[in-house]
Design a protein around this ligand. Structure first.
Ligand code: PMP
Length: 445
């Protein structure tokens, strides 16, 4: 069993199967949301008697709340090695909000500046850039990994007008980890900055933003508490104070200003200026507690353990007939513990439903908010002539509209077990061997 299991809430919770029996749940959907650490919830309970409004009161509790809230910025900055001489840590709701804020801040009304996103992004690191900038996409290679040659080509093509390279630290579809420090170095050579979407990378590997004067410095980083064992509702954006100094913030109101008259406003400095309204103290404290637990375990230990889970799964998947993987399987290439696949002749939605209904295993199916990337991976796979024509292989008319492209995704957290992988592998073998029966049963639901 995973030594980290007891650190997490709810791993032994029971869930109902299709037949009405209850079994211990197996959560393999950590890329969507991780369960919270016990310590992250404890932090809320322990501090609750002292909780009061941040930045807004003279009472002891309010001062203490403010002090702990501000100290949390330091803890978060240290966790990702941000350079606080230069950077600011802004607390928001999630990664999506952070990217929208950054897009607003870097907005150029002439739409002349270019944002280079990539073909492997989550919609949250694609759509927010589109309405405020000219966006182009760095291509992927035949394995679905990012082409650094194309990054250089595009930086050259747009001369020096690329403002930002917005790239994910790790893909939520393939688990590929991008060479962010190399990308930073290349981008800086062309006077561009780099934004790393850390939603998937930060919970699973050490990230080091590096000092501001390093050529490999990460200029902007965002991540979400709910994917790193803290409760929902807290996200982080880190970037140079300078970016947020001038002009009005996106959201205005209480907490954003120094002085207000009916005709004039003097904005506060960041981060306050970017955190309109009363802050989410308990969310931030529990995020800080989650980060403390992650640091205590050690990010390298987490990464090693999860890559062990990945390798074991891949080794087992190779023996499942008709299982199509959508990523390379070279253990020496950088990745986190995410695997996306299909089973020949059975739609991904059904496979996910069967896993939940027959064994209590939670996975995700579909396009994982990364439709362009998933479509491209399916196309690449088809070109390699080993594709799954899942919806076309159903011989009878479908009673459910199962014609949408997609995949099944397994994503590991530090509390998952090798035992759980055995249950998954057995379940998949069973689905493959009893495909028609399962299709009939689950199509009717
Ligand atoms: N980027 C990536 C790579 C993600 O996986 C996700 C969440 N699936 C997001 C951004 C968005 O995160 P959130 O929903 O917490 O804003």
């Amino acid at each position: 069993r995973s030594a980290f299991r007891e650190l997490v809430v709810g791993v032994d919770a029971k869930v109902p199967l299709h037949n009405g029996n209850w079994v211990t749940s197996i959560n393999m959907d950590n890329a969507a949301t991780t369960p919270p650490f016990v310590q992250a919830l404890q932090e809320i309970i322990q501090f609750a008697p002292m909780y009061s409004s941040v930045h807004r009161g003279a009472g002891y509790k309010s001062r203490l709340s403010t002090e702990l809230y501000e100290n949390s910025r330091l803890a978060i900055a240290n966790f990702v090695k941000a350079d606080l001489n230069h950077d600011t840590v802004i607390f928001l709701r999630n990664t999506t909000e952070a990217i929208n804020k950054l897009s607003y801040r870097l907005c150029d009304d002439t739409k002349k500046s270019v944002i280079l996103s990539t073909c492997m992004e989550h919609h949250s690191n694609d759509l927010p850039w589109r309405n405020k900038h000219h966006v182009d996409y760095i291509e992927i290679d035949n394995d679905g990994r990012l082409c650094l040659d194309d990054l250089v080509n595009k930086l050259k093509k747009y001369k020096r007008s690329v403002k930002l390279v917005a790239v994910t630290g790790a893909s939520n579809v393939t688990g590929y980890v991008n060479p962010i420090y190399e990308i930073a170095e290349i981008a800086h050579q062309y006077n561009a900055k780099i934004f790393v979407d850390g939603a998937q990378l930060v919970p699973h590997a050490q990230i080091d933003m590096k000092p501001f004067n390093s050529p490999r410095h990460i200029d902007y980083l965002a991540f979400s508490g709910h994917k790193m064992y803290a409760p929902f509702g807290t996200g982080v954006l880190i970037g140079p104070k300078e970016t947020f100094m001038n002009g009005a913030p996106e959201y205005t109101g209480g907490g954003t200003v120094r002085t207000v008259t009916h005709t004039n406003v003097v904005w506060d400095d960041p981060p306050n200026k970017e955190e309109a309204g009363t802050p989410n103290l308990m969310g931030v404290l529990s995020l800080q507690a989650a980060v403390k637990t992650l640091s205590m375990i050690g990010m390298q230990n987490i990464s090693n353990y999860e890559l062990g889970l990945w390798k074991n799964t891949i080794d087992n998947f190779k023996n499942i007939p008709g299982l199509q993987l959508y990523s390379d399987t070279n253990p020496d290439k950088p990745r986190i513990g995410i695997i996306s696949f299909n089973l020949e002749g059975i739609h991904h939605t059904l496979v996910a439903d069967i896993l939940a209904g027959e064994t209590g295993i939670a996975v995700r199916s579909g396009c994982f908010c990364a439709q362009p990337y998933v479509r491209e991976l399916l196309k690449i796979s088809e070109k390699k002539e080993s594709c799954i024509r899942e919806h076309r292989t159903h011989s009878r008319p479908l009673s459910r509209p199962l014609n949408r492209p997609g995949m099944i995704r397994v994503s590991f957290g530090l509390y998952n077990d090798f035992d759980e992988i055995s249950v998954l592998v057995q379940a998949l073998h069973h689905i493959v061997n009893n495909k028609e029966r399962y299709i009939q049963k689950y199509m009717a639901i």
